[in-house]
Design a protein. Structure first.
Length: 182
């Protein structure tokens, strides 16, 4: 399904959900939850926290569904909510827990093991970024949000978001090049 068609489908499902159609909202949740949880883990949330924040973001999305315009995919909209919730949590806890829980590549099949190693490499590379860089890069490239959307979601100046994405991507490219040379 093309991006435009999926936005239209999400807007239609949201309209049905606003009229009380629980199946429509369940379809929105089914489509959004995995990518929102993955994004939160890439931002640095431990798996249990990512699951909790995904659920909180979906509840918040349900309560605010009347504000969903359908300009972007529902998963993108919920990702922005989840990103704000994660930032709020980080500020509240006043700590950054950036190390992802390791995945055992040996427990998976050969294709899954290779994909798992690549995820671990990317997760390790993302963990090397500063928290603001990691969050901005994750929202931009992980959730497909524009710089304007990230700035609005985080309540940060647009120039600051652009700087974090640019610096973060530059660091990731350097890190990945140095890994390829090994």
């Amino acid at each position: 399904m093309t991006g435009q068609a999926s936005h239209l489908r999400d807007a239609q499902l949201a309209a049905l959900a606003l009229r009380g159609d629980r199946v429509a909202f369940a379809n929105l949740v089914r489509g959004a939850a995995p990518s929102v949880g993955d994004l939160l883990r890439r931002m640095g949330a431990q798996p249990a926290l990512a699951d909790d924040l995904t659920q909180d973001a979906l509840i918040s999305a349900y309560r605010s569904l009347h504000t969903f315009r359908g300009d972007a995919a529902f998963s993108t909209w919920v990702s922005a909510i989840a990103g704000r919730l994660y930032l709020k949590r980080l500020r509240k806890d006043a700590r950054f827990d950036v190390l992802a829980e390791p995945v055992d590549p040996e427990a998976a099949g050969p294709d899954e093991a290779a994909a798992s190693r690549e995820r671990l490499d990317l997760d390790a590379a993302l963990a090397s970024l500063s928290p603001p860089e990691r969050i901005c890069v994750s929202l931009c490239h992980g959730a497909g949000m524009t710089h304007d959307e990230i700035a609005a979601a985080l309540g940060a100046p647009l120039g600051t978001v652009k700087s974090h994405v640019l610096r973060g991507m530059k660091k990731l490219r350097l890190l990945m090049r140095s890994e390829e040379g090994r």
